[in-house]
Design a protein around this ligand. Structure first.
Ligand SMILES: NC(=O)c1ccc[n+]([C@@H]2O[C@H](COP(=O)([O-])OP(=O)(O)OC[C@H]3O[C@@H](n4cnc5c(N)ncnc54)[C@H](OP(=O)(O)O)[C@@H]3O)[C@@H](O)[C@H]2O)c1
Length: 324
């Protein structure tokens, strides 16, 4: 059993926080506290075989110096206000909002892709950002292919479940007639693209350390509860045969290749840790292109699991430094 770090889950009542609590219990962490806004303070949440009473997240409670690790899933404005206090109190902070993702000097980390970047935070203010729920699976699939045949261009279309927009949207969908469901675009517009699309481009560039990579994204919400899917058209500096790409991805961490007639679906991806990838074929519209399709659990690898993996890298690095 793992034990040791004193962990705060901030946003514990939310869609991502609920999964964070489940994963921490599954991994054997015991010293865990649940935080949320004043609205939920005093509520009881299941944790392992027992329950935790939700505490209000305030600068004082998070900054008191009695937490080693804080996992934040509370939204950008609240993160900007609270994360610095937890970090100043000595906690390693992994933030799932967009507050720090694209700010210079803050590592934006997918452990399988650029995990070494995470430890840079230990020499700064101990804050690491967790990427957007579409960036993470996209980078898990593209990085091993890029290592083989330099990536030159990416087109991606996303089909994102409502849980990506939080617990209240899940409740809404559960109560709706999905046949009549309209696709709600709950992102803001930046010129003629959504901020989700520009984030996907900028975060993919930062995580993959390819600052000039052309990325064209179209993001839409679909009436699915959990699981984001992405259709990807990737161009490389040399032709990658689909069977070679599939073989590379079979050996890639956190990726599971599905062969026809199996195809990735949100239902198959929901509740598992791996990114499912399939339909790997030549892109008939490009000289050196591949078309692929992925599905992944946006609440697990897209958010809670990735953040816990980052945290474990940092906790291990702290132990290694202390022993050195
Ligand atoms: N859902 C995803 O797939 C996903 C993936 C990657 C990243 N994220 C990011 O993770 C964050 C949370 O997303 P979510 O989907 O879990 O949202 P959610 O279901 O709406 O949950 C939000 C959580 O934040 C808490 N909260 C809100 N304002 C707060 C404040 N001022 N102080 C303390 N706690 C506060 C809420 O507590 P109360 O119960 O008290 O209101 C709740 O626990 C967002 O930044 C989102 O962009 C989400």
């Amino acid at each position: 059993m793992v034990s040791g770090p004193r962990i705060g889950v901030v946003g514990a009542t939310g869609a991502v926080g609920t999964i964070t609590m489940q994963l921490l219990a599954e991994r054997g962490y015991r010293d865990v506290r649940a935080f949320a806004s004043a609205r939920s303070a005093g509520a009881r949440l299941p944790f392992g075989d027992g329950e935790l009473v939700v505490e209000e997240a305030t600068p004082e409670t998070l900054g008191a110096g009695d937490l080693d690790l804080c996992l934040f899933s509370i939204g950008t404005t609240a993160s900007r206000e609270l994360v610095p206090h937890a970090a100043a109190g000595g906690a390693i902070c992994v933030d799932k909002s967009s507050a720090y993702r694209l700010v210079d000097g803050y590592p934006l980390v997918v452990p399988e892709v650029n995990g070494a970047r995470a430890v840079e935070a230990l020499d700064r203010d101990r804050i690491v950002a967790n990427p957007n729920c579409c960036t993470i699976p996209l980078a898990c699939v593209l990085k091993p292919l890029h290592d083989q045949a330099r990536l030159e261009r990416v087109h991606v279309a996303t089909y994102q479940s409502v849980s990506g927009a939080g617990a209240h949207r899940m409740e809404q969908l559960r109560g709706e007639d999905t046949a009549g469901h309209d696709l709600v675009m709950d992102w803001s517009w930046e010129g003629d693209e959504s901020d989700e699309e520009s984030k996907l481009r900028a975060e993919t560039r930062k995580v993959m350390e390819l600052p000039d990579l052309p990325v064209s994204a179209t993001c839409v919400r679909v009436p699915v509860l959990v699981g984001h899917s992405e259709a990807i058209w990737a161009e490389f500096s040399e032709q990658l045969e689909p069977e070679d790409a599939a073989e590379i991805l079979r050996h890639a961490p956190s990726v599971r290749v599905l062969d026809l007639p199996a195809v990735p679906t949100p239902a198959a991806a929901a509740g598992i840790d791996d990114v499912l990838v399939g339909r790997i074929r030549r892109d008939e519209a490009s000289a050196r292109g591949l078309a692929l399709y992925l599905s992944s659990d946006n609440l697990r690898k897209g958010a809670a699991l990735n953040a816990i993996q980052i945290a474990e890298l940092l906790l291990d690095a702290v132990v290694a430094r202390a022993a050195a």
